[in-house]
Design a protein around this ligand. Structure first.
Ligand code: FES
Length: 133
């Protein structure tokens, strides 16, 4: 089983653990408890599940044209960018960073958690480093 490490947009560890080969990164984030947004529900039509792959990019299922078209709409697209709902794991360990756009979407989708985070002073987050180690 691949071991997955997930960073938040500030480069801090968000979650880690094992996942099943064949799972996509969005499913993996949900399984491991990471704040990974998905406005369209994982059907490749919104770009809010955008992540930057830090390790294991070549091991992921190849990018299809539909994913590339949707990624064109995302913010801060890099060569390591993938849509979490379209990138599927193999048996290789992977690390990725959730983008600001995706984290913001997750908080929009989880108003109770957003209000709690606002009350605790952790949302919105302070500006910080944008790249994971
Ligand atoms: S969740 Fe909308 S494109 Fe992935």
């Amino acid at each position: 089983m691949p071991r997955v490490t997930i960073y938040n947009p500030r480069g801090e560890l968000e979650a880690e653990g094992e996942a099943e080969p064949g799972m996509n990164l969005l499913e993996t984030s949900v399984k491991l408890g990471a704040r990974h947004g998905s406005a369209c529900g994982g059907v490749c039509s919104c770009s809010t599940c955008h992540v930057w792959i830090k390790k294991g990019v070549a091991s992921l299922a190849e990018q299809e044209d539909a994913e590339a078209d949707i990624l064109d709409r995302a913010f801060d697209v890099k060569p390591s960018s993938r849509l979490g709902c379209q990138a599927h794991l193999s048996n290789v360990d992977v690390a990725y960073q959730i983008t600001e756009e995706s984290e913001r979407t997750w908080y929009d989708e989880h108003p109770k958690e957003r209000h709690e985070a606002e009350a605790a002073g952790i949302w919105p987050p302070p500006a910080g480093p944008k790249s994971a180690p």
